[in-house]
Design a protein around this ligand. Structure first.
Ligand SMILES: Cc1cc2nc3c(=O)[nH]c(=O)nc-3n(C[C@H](O)[C@H](O)[C@H](O)COP(=O)(O)OP(=O)(O)OC[C@H]3O[C@@H](n4cnc5c(N)ncnc54)[C@H](O)[C@@H]3O)c2cc1C
Ligand code: FES
Length: 310
């Protein structure tokens, strides 16, 4: 048994089998429905329930607040219809939809970015060209592994795709860490995701990342610089310790040549110090020395000065 669900923007009605979510059925039907985590955590698939009834599977309040729910908003990745329905994803004036591609790629580069992050470089063998917006992700299938989502770290148009894969101990990242080798074939499907650089935006760009979350931010920043976007870009990169810091020289060099880029490594120890109960005068002195104001032009921290940050 299934229900009919009309997707307003796609001007299509899809069949959603009993127990299936609207998003999974829309993607199966080949629609470019906006989505991200597919697990009710990011809010990228937030939609208006125009007509009908759905049951919502578990989701995070960050993705959909009670107030939004009361206004008739749902998360398509968590919404299971139990009657014929109609939904419309949230409109964004400048939502760019790139053609979805299925690429056969070959690993042409593999190195350790940090103790637990591998940098994987892929050459497109067939299925291209691969257009995407800086910040988007793809579904990547390594041989013998389940597909997983990874963000492109390269700028759109680069002949080589770059991914940063952090080892979590799970199936795919363990394969990348231990078994992947140059010459292996990898399937890449995408691009996906509504989180990307709006190139017409002129306000400051505040980019915050930690670990392999560097990947989409690297793409966004490099694209913004490549397009000579004039606004200030503040890149805060959170790390637990020195061994988690990577591409430091790369961003320090970029910040030297682009006066609007401010690269600010943010070690956990600095955050811990900031929350210490210190006398107010000492807090102010520490903050002046350690925390550059977002309106000033903070200098990047050279690796040799790292010990002073701890
Ligand atoms: C939009 C998006 C973009 C992403 N971009 C990136 C990126 O650029 N780089 C990146 O590194 N990651 C990224 N991720 C995360 C990535 O998709 C994977 O989730 C991640 O690599 C883990 O996959 P895995 O197969 O290695 O782990 P899985 O096998 O899926 O396991 C997930 C976690 O559960 C744990 N686990 C697995 N089995 C068990 C068990 N039996 N008992 C207890 N714990 C268990 C694992 O240790 C692991 O921590 C992104 C995710 C999304 C949604
Ligand atoms: S895709 Fe992330 S909440 Fe639905």
């Amino acid at each position: 048994m299934s229900f009919k669900v009309r997707i307003v923007q796609a001007e299509r009605t899809i069949e959603v089998p009993t127990g299936a979510t609207i998003l999974s059925s829309a993607l199966d039907a080949g629609l470019s429905y906006p989505f991200g985590c597919q697990s009710g955590n990011c809010g990228a698939c937030k939609s208006h329930l125009v007509k009908g009834e759905v049951t919502m599977e578990g989701y995070s309040e960050f993705a959909l607040s009670d107030e939004e729910k009361a206004r008739g908003l749902i998360l398509a990745c968590r919404a299971v219809p139990w009657e014929d329905s109609e939904v419309a994803w949230l409109e964004e004036d400048d939502l760019i939809v790139h053609p979805r591609r299925l690429l056969d790629c070959e690993v042409v580069g593999l190195d350790d970015a940090t103790h637990d992050i591998k940098r994987v470089r892929l050459k497109i063998v067939s299925g291209g060209p691969f257009d995407f917006s800086a910040g988007q992700f793809a579904s990547v299938t390594f041989e013998g592994c389940p597909p997983r989502d990874y963000s492109m770290a390269n700028v759109p148009g680069d002949p080589i795709l770059e991914f940063h894969v952090r080892t979590t101990g799970g199936a795919t990242s363990a394969h990348v860490a231990e078994k992947l080798k140059v010459g292996d074939h990898v399937r890449v499907e995408g691009p996906f995701g509504p989180s990307y650089l709006r190139e017409t935006h002129r306000g400051p760009i505040i980019a915050v990342a930690g670990g392999s979350g560097m990947a989409p931010i690297k793409s966004v920043i490099e694209r913004a610089l490549q397009q000579a976007l004039p606004q200030h870009i503040y890149f805060y990169f959170g790390v637990r310790s020195e061994r988690d810091l990577y591409l430091h020289d790369h961003f320090a060099k970029l910040a030297e040549t682009h006066k609007n880029l401010h690269f600010i490594p943010a070690p956990r120890s600095a955050a811990r110090m900031a929350t210490r109960r210190w006398p107010r005068r000492r807090q102010r002195r520490w903050a002046r020395r350690r925390s550059p104001s977002p309106t000033a032009s903070p200098r990047p921290v050279p690796p040799r000065a790292w010990s002073r940050w701890r």
